[in-house]
Design a protein around this ligand. Sequence first.
Ligand SMILES: [Zn+2]
Length: 354
Amino acid sequence: MGLKAGVVTGEDYFELVGSCKDGGYALAAVNCVGTDSVNAVMEAAAKNKSDVIIQFSNGGAEFYAGKGMPSGDAKVLGAVSAAQHVHLLAEYYGICAVLHTDHANRKLVPWVDGLIDHSEAHFKATGKPLYSSHMLDLSEEPIEDNLNECARVLERMAKMKMSLEIELGVTGGEEDGVGGEFDESADNSKLYTQPSDVLQAYKLLNPIGHFSVAASFGNVHGVYKPGNVHLRPEILKASQELVSSETGGGDKPLALVFHGGSGSEKAKITEAISYGVFKMNIDTDTQFAFAESVGAYVEENSKAFKYQIDPDDGTPFKKQYDPRKWLRAGEGGIIARLDEAFADLGSAGRSLAK
Ligand SMILES: [Zn+2]
């Protein structure tokens, strides 16, 4: 066993997902916004000998292209540029990297279709799609509409053995403009996915191609005061059991995804993984880790962020304000936070890369 280091797609990706589920570990899926965060994620993965998922929200992709890009579809082109960066470099980090895009609601379906166009061109040229997988989040719509659109998109992707992540039930909070406000005082019954909905999805999508489910078990995007989020991973277990008994798809037929992993209790993470979670998204915590580390650097070198030369003794500050210094401090923050995430998820030391 073992996979070639670099971006994994198709059968290699399916093997990686299977290895996670069989081995009882999960991959961190880290939202990135530029080369700094992408490189920090690959460096952290290499350091920990862990495979990893690099993902982009629509806003992250747009930012990658440049907020001031005067023409062209920045959401699509930014995601293409980011993917090309990872395709070029990931193998030199010696780990397997999965390329994925985050939440796309109805308004963002053209973004995903645009990226699939690019994967088709890449597949023609290289035999590999540009992305390993995409997500559609139509969880605000009636389940028939949600699943029918997922089926249409998966038909396109399955030809290149790409995988589709779908969302059933609503993850609380907002991810980059997609999803609603999280009302901490409200009755949060909508935050729990119904196993019967998961069964319906499996029956429709499994014959078409590879897919995964972002199921809601009380998880919420962002980090809130303790006590306001009640995770119930047993909902994941109930979904696995129902689908398994109805379809004979084995012990854990579903590939499950944990959104809103930032700030979660470690015991609940471990429990969720035991029920077939192979992917946990992390965004809020790595954003904070980057900001906190840059903040500390600026505080320590505060004069260098106001003056090019020390007004008291004439010392030049070039070495302190060089962006490579403080961006590197931010990267260090991301890496330290991912050391922790890879340990929590059990992926450290388990890269499949040969
Ligand atoms: Zn999410």
